[in-house]
Design a protein. Structure first.
Length: 259
C-alpha cells in the first residue's frame, strides 16, 4: 500500500537554534546537518536547515502541528508554503516512477538519501520561482532601451531596481551550495545511488543549468541599469560643465562690454 511522502519549503532558512528547539520537543537524531524527527514508529520528518522538511507517512494533524511549531524559527517565511507530493512503498528493489518512490531499504539512511533529493528539488523550485518572477517584473527594461534608447525610471527608481535585482541574485548565489552533493554521503556512500537516481528523475542538473542562465539574465539587467545610471550622471556633469562655461563666457562678455 502506498504511503504519503510530502516535502515542504516554508521559509528561506531556519534560525540556528531550530534543531535544538525541535530536539527538546521531539525524539530526534542528528546526521551531519540533517535532523531526523521521529513522531512515532511509522511517522518520520526529516528536517533541513534551509527551510525545508520532508514528511514520511505523517498524518495531517502532526504535519500541521509541526509546521506551526516551526513558525517561530522561520527566517523570511513564505506567504504560502511550497509543497511537493509523492508516495512511497517498500519493495525489493529501489526505483522511482510516476512520483512513486519504491524503497528497497526501509532504513532511515535510505529515507535521508531520498529526502535530500526531494529537499533540493523543492529548494530549486523556490529559486526558479524567485528568478522567473524577477525577470517577468523587469521585462520592460530591455524593451524600453530598444525602443526609446533610455529607461523610463528616475534616479531613485533606478537605484531601487538595482538593489532589488542584486538582492535576488545574491540570495540565490548565497544558497547555491545547497544544491551540491551533501556531506552525508561522504559517511554513507552506499546510499548515494538513491540520491543520484531521484535527482536524475527530477532533472535537477539541467534545471540548475537553466537557472544559471536566468541568473545571467538578471546580471545583464543589472548591467543595463548601472550603465543607464552612469550615463545619466555623466550627462548631468556634462550639462553642469556646459552651464559653467556659458556663465563664464557671459561674465567675460559683460566685463568686456562695460569695462
Amino acid at each position: 500500500m502506498d504511503k504519503n511522502l510530502i516535502s515542504y519549503a516554508i521559509c528561506s532558512r531556519f534560525k540556528t537554534e531550530t534543531f535544538e528547539q525541535v530536539s527538546q520537543r521531539y525524539k530526534t537524531t542528528l546526521h551531519k546537518d540533517i535532523l531526523v524527527v521521529n513522531i512515532d514508529k511509522e511517522q518520520t520528518i526529516i528536517l533541513f536547515q534551509y527551510g525545508v522538511y520532508v514528511c514520511w507517512s505523517v498524518n495531517f494533524e502532526n504535519t500541521k502541528f509541526f509546521q506551526d511549531f516551526l513558525g517561530d524559527f522561520c527566517l523570511e517565511p513564505f506567504k504560502q508554503p511550497i509543497v511537493e507530493q509523492f508516495s512511497y512503498e517498500i519493495k525489493d528493489q529501489f526505483n522511482i516512477n510516476f512520483d512513486q518512490v519504491i524503497l528497497g531499504d526501509d532504513s532511515i539512511f535510505a529515507k535521508i538519501a531520498v529526502s535530500t533529493s526531494l529537499a533540493q528539488n523543492i529548494k530549486l523550485i523556490e529559486f526558479e520561482e524567485k528568478i522567473e518572477s524577477t525577470i517577468d517584473k523587469n521585462s520592460k527594461i530591455p524593451t524600453q532601451l530598444a525602443q526609446y534608447g533610455k529607461i523610463n525610471l528616475n534616479k531613485k527608481e533606478t537605484a531601487k531596481k538595482i538593489g532589488k535585482l542584486f538582492l535576488v541574485k545574491s540570495r540565490v548565489n548565497l544558497h547555491y551550495d545547497l544544491l551540491d552533493t551533501p556531506e552525508f554521503f561522504w559517511e554513507y556512500p552506499q546510499y548515494e545511488h538513491y540520491y543520484d537516481k531521484i535527482s536524475r528523475y527530477l532533472d535537477i542538473k539541467s534545471r540548475i543549468e537553466v537557472l544559471n542562465k536566468k541568473v545571467e539574465i538578471i546580471q545583464e539587467l543589472l548591467d543595463m541599469l548601472s550603465n543607464e545610471q552612469n550615463h545619466r550622471y555623466s550627462s548631468f556633469l556634462e550639462w553642469i560643465i556646459i552651464i559653467l562655461i556659458g556663465v563664464e563666457i557671459v561674465m567675460g562678455l559683460w566685463e568686456h562690454i562695460f569695462k
